[in-house]
Design a protein around this ligand. Structure first.
Ligand code: NAD
Length: 304
């Protein structure tokens, strides 16, 4: 049994931490939202009133926080992890953050005698619930090996990607590619419609041809074609425009810093931004098909 501190009990953290309890670990959980701490208690997590209380005596600290700024504050704040954790504690960040924050986490943790592994995840809320997430681990070899064992009860796949920040880099590049796939799929689906093709017939062609992609197979943005797609449910989110925009933006920022041109990713970022500007950030990211529509109407969407 390992003593684990879990910081951030939101959509992902509440579900992921519950699997660690099921695996027999002692998990103390903290979130700034009282109701989420109470909710976590019903999954066997011991709710505590501060980060300091959570990490006191813990062998492992795991973060699941919205953005880089939250991660930095939770680690280096007055009542933070660095101030309260024991030397050599293993710290895993499962949040999706910018590359600079991840590099900062590694250097600041290591300067204080902690072990840090960037540990972002893919698979969404469903993957968190079903313990089928893909974990992408970046860090020193021995720390990644230790992290692998800890994350196993929450994972379908655990990938040791490489050095510090390589886990988050892989996550951002992957999600950038997903964004570009959504762009291609949306334009294809709309053009097929305008050319008079039946949606199912075109999907059947693309599915076994060179236009195929994970996005197409899973999220085809026309109602009645792919059972789990948001298009069948008024574009209620499975992966929200807001989260997709966040990930693509972080990837585009990383590309700019690296001097890499990513025009397609920049375009989908801007399309997602327009959804956010119009108040549809909570809707599914595949609602970007709206951008291809002559009058802004989208099959399967009530426009609200
Ligand atoms: P969320 O907003 O539901 O959860 C984050 C939690 O962190 C919230 O409950 C918030 O109250 C808490 N928090 C914020 N500041 C805090 C602090 N100082 N101390 C303690 N708790 C604090 O977000 P989520 O959907 O659970 O995502 C968490 C992370 O995982 C994000 O970085 C996200 O990008 C990433 N992610 C999400 C998904 C997804 O589908 N939701 C998939 C993969 C990765």
């Amino acid at each position: 049994m390992t003593s684990i501190a879990w910081i951030g009990l939101g959509n992902m953290g509440s579900r992921m931490s519950a699997h660690l309890v099921s695996a027999g670990h002692d998990v103390r959980g903290y979130d700034v939202v009282d109701a989420l701490r109470d909710g976590a208690a019903s999954h066997g997590i011991t709710p505590v009133a501060s980060v300091g209380e959570a990490v006191d005596g813990a062998d492992v600290v795991i973060l699941s926080l919205p953005k880089g700024e939250h991660v930095r504050a939770v680690l280096a704040g007055e009542d933070g992890v660095f101030a309260h954790a024991a030397a050599n504690t293993l710290i895993l960040d499962t949040s999706t953050v910018d590359l600079e924050t991840s590099a900062w986490c590694h250097s600041e943790a290591s300067a204080r005698g902690f072990r840090f592994v960037d540990s972002p995840v893919s698979g969404g809320i469903q993957g968190a619930e079903a313990a089928t997430l893909a974990f992408m681990l970046g860090g020193a070899e021995a720390d990644v090996a230790a992290a692998k064992e800890i994350v196993a009860p929450m994972a379908g796949n655990v990938l040791a990607v490489g050095e510090p920040t390589h886990g988050i880099a892989a996550k951002l590049v992957n999600n950038m590619m997903l964004g570009v796939s959504i762009l291609a799929m949306s334009e294809g689906a709309q053009l097929a419609k305008e050319l008079g093709l039946d949606a199912q017939s075109f999907f059947d062609v693309a599915r076994v041809s060179s236009g195929d992609s994970w996005a197409l197979r899973t999220w085809y943005p026309v109602p009645g074609v792919v059972p789990g797609a948001a298009a069948n449910h008024n574009f209620d989110a499975s992966f929200s425009a807001m989260l997709c925009h966040k990930d693509v933006t972080l990837a585009v920022d990383g590309a700019e810093a690296a001097g890499v041109h990513v025009p397609a990713a920049t375009l989908i970022r801007d399309q997602l931004q327009r959804l956010l500007d119009d108040g549809f950030g909570g809707k599914d990211c595949t609602l970007v098909i709206r951008e291809t529509s002559r009058d802004g109407s989208v099959d399967g969407w009530d426009g609200r």
